[in-house]
Design a protein around this ligand. Structure first.
Ligand code: GDP
Ligand code: MG
Length: 598
């Protein structure tokens, strides 16, 4: 049948093992793009992604391959994001495939993300095709890494393609293996439409573009479609596939991967994981596993000095049209005025949004410390979800506080096991178990508070293991903990934007650190400025910024007038980046100083 000549697959890999390079090479070798059309990495199209070397949004591309058996095959290559923040999207794109290529760097071997992604693929019952990449490197250890793949992942590596994606070596073998190993789709064209949305994004001209895998049935322009989970109905405007650009077709059929547009105005109406079916004749078995994007990390975003609240709101609204996981609502801070509490999938997602606000919208913003969601039970038995530390009730009203816990799986050479256990112990981790994958490599499992991993756990792990350890985590639930709100007072006023929730045992050390940092970044004033840290109204640390003695201008006593003016101009420039907190000028970098308190 028609579907016998279709192969739908993804490439999964640990970061930097060569997923994008292999995808590019496959696109290039099937002649879908001319060399000139092909920018360095087609699948990582956002500028930001390129700079950070990560793939945030997944896309699909159709390739035509003439196989050795003489037949022409349609390959639908579905790209997956490479960061735990986006694991749900990864799982949905894998659900759109029958198989996955597992790329392993032949010099690095199997890493935590290789394994995490393999698990996600096995959850979707995918056929896995191991590929060893970077065999051109002198440090490639082909036989050892093959053995690792067999021992750790349990995949047969006999006949696994040995390739160099960069140099274009062995790519044909990959194509042939795809034909041989990955099963064709087996949908039923005569059944009602059943399509999985595995990615969607907003396009200014066409509205939301849904990337879909058609499981059963067919879809064509003019059809009325229904979103099973969001319950919205739309009329299809265009369907097609992505080659070097969007290429419209008259219809998409069972087994196909392509796109649908239907004048949809917001990605929230076409979210990843939802099932598209016919408006009149609906499928009886929508895809399982739909999840609404759940923010895990929150922070305040406020207009910087000279910036308007409405401009920030407009920018957030624009970003949200294209990002179903971005959550925001208005909030007010005593220190910062009107702004927004924003929710993100994780810290990377948060940083991306901050950067986009600054770069694409040219906004000057102030960001408060990120916070996870705490669950507070009051003495009255009420359960509150706290995303903003300032909203934590008085300690006397709190029966218990619970915090989100993640299970982390850390893969490391055995030399670093001790260092990693120290690190996890310091981050309030609970040891779960450790297994030796090989003589020289261990997999360590710890349960850790999300709060302790979101800031800089990854950096700490890398520096303690010289970059050799890799890790991955997933949220497993909530656990009661001795948490307190740490307040910072400037000139005796609590600055709400500085408040953070910390474990009782670390409050003193963190309070001191923040006071010291603020003393460094807040300029001297005409009067002495006390900086204090407090828990439940009790001062636990204190620093003082000494008063300024002389007027700045007195330095230029007798100097010429232009020099004085320059100095005044300079002061004014400096002021722009300040926030007034009571009588005290606080530079924006102070908010960053609190954020990076380690
Ligand atoms: P991804 O994070 O898995 O998408 O990895 P990339 O495709 O971005 O590759 C990461 C780095 O490895 C880049 O600098 C590539 O140029 C390099 N790379 C990819 N494939 C090969 C290869 O076969 N040989 C060598 N030497 N380098 C490669
Ligand atoms: Mg990549």
């Amino acid at each position: 049948s028609r579907q016998d000549f279709i192969r739908n697959f993804s490439i999964i890999a640990h970061i930097d093992h060569g997923k994008s390079t292999l995808a590019d090479r496959m696109i290039e070798m099937t002649g879908m793009l001319t060399q000139r059309e092909m920018q360095s990495q087609v699948l990582d199209s956002m500028e930001l992604e390129k700079e950070r070397g990560i793939t945030i949004k997944l896309k699909a591309v159709r390739l035509i391959y003439k196989a050795e058996d003489g037949n022409e095959y349609t390959f639908n290559l579905i790209d997956t994001p490479g960061h735990v923040d986006f694991n749900y999207e990864v799982s949905r794109s894998l659900a759109a495939c029958e198989g996955a290529i597992v790329v392993v760097d032949a010099s690095q071997g199997v890493e935590a993300q290789t394994l995490a992604n393999v698990y996600l693929a096995l959850d979707q019952d995918l056929e896995l095709l191991p590929v060893l990449n970077k065999i051109d490197l002198p440090s490639a250890r082909v036989d050892e890494v093959k053995q690792e793949i067999e021992d750790i992942i349990g995949l047969d590596t006999e006949g696994a393609p040995l390739i160099s994606a960069k140099k274009g070596i062995g790519i044909d073998a990959v194509f042939e293996k795809i034909v041989e190993v990955i099963p064709p789709p087996r949908g039923d064209e005569s059944k009602p439409l059943k399509a999985l949305i595995f990615d969607s994004y907003y396009d200014a001209y066409k509205g939301v573009i849904c990337y879909v895998r058609i499981e059963d049935g067919q879809v064509k322009p003019g059809d009325e479609i229904h979103m099973v989970n969001t319950q919205k109905t739309f009329e299809v405007v265009e369907v097609g596939v992505v080659t070097s650009a969007h290429m419209p077709l008259d219809k998409l059929r069972a087994g196909d991967v392509g796109y649908i547009t239907a004048s949809i105005k917001n990605v929230r109406d076409a979210t990843v994981g939802d099932t598209i079916t016919g408006a009149k004749i609906r499928t009886e078995s929508p895809f399982a596993g739909y999840k609404k994007a759940m923010p895990m990390v929150y922070c305040g975003i406020y207009p910087g000095e000279g910036e308007e609240y409405t401009e920030v709101r407009d920018a957030l609204e624009k970003l949200q049209v294209n990002d179903a996981a971005l959550d925001f609502e208005a909030e007010t801070s005593v220190a910062l005025g009107f702004g927004f509490r924003c929710g993100f999938l994780g810290l990377l997602h948060m940083e991306i949004i901050q950067e986009r606000l600054e770069r694409e919208f040219d906004l000057n913003i102030v960001t408060t410390s990120p916070s996870v969601i705490y669950r507070v039970t009051t003495n009255a038995g009420q359960v509150l979800e706290i995303q903003n530390p300032s909203n934590l009730p008085n300690p006397s009203e709190i029966a218990k506080i619970e915090e989100p816990i993640v299970r982390a799986e850390i893969m490391t050479p055995t030399d670093y096991v001790g260092a990693i256990m120290d690190l996890c112990q310091n981050r309030r981790g609970t040891f779960i178990d450790m297994t030796y994958l090989e003589e020289t490599r261990a997999l360590i499992k710890y349960d850790l508070p999300l709060n302790e991993v979101i800031y800089d756990f990854f950096d700490a792990l890398k520096s303690k293991t010289r970059g050799y350890a890799s890790y991955d985590y997933e949220l497993i639930g909530y656990r009661e903990s001795d948490l307190v709100k740490l307040d910072i007072l400037i000139n005796s006023n609590v600055v709400d934007a500085f408040s953070i929730i910390v474990h009782e045992s670390t409050a003193y050390a963190k309070g001191r650190r923040i006071c010291e940092k603020l003393t460094d970044v807040i300029p001297r004033h005409q009067f002495a400025v006390p900086i204090q840290a407090a828990v439940a109204g009790k001062i636990i640390a204190r620093e003082t910024i000494r008063a300024l003695r002389k007027d700045v201008l007195s330095k230029c006593y007798g100097g010429d007038i232009t020099r004085k003016r320059k100095l005044l101009e300079k002061q004014k420039e400096g002021k722009k980046r300040m926030r007034m907190v009571g009588e005290v000028e606080v530079p924006q970098e102070a908010f960053l100083a609190v954020l990076k308190y380690d």
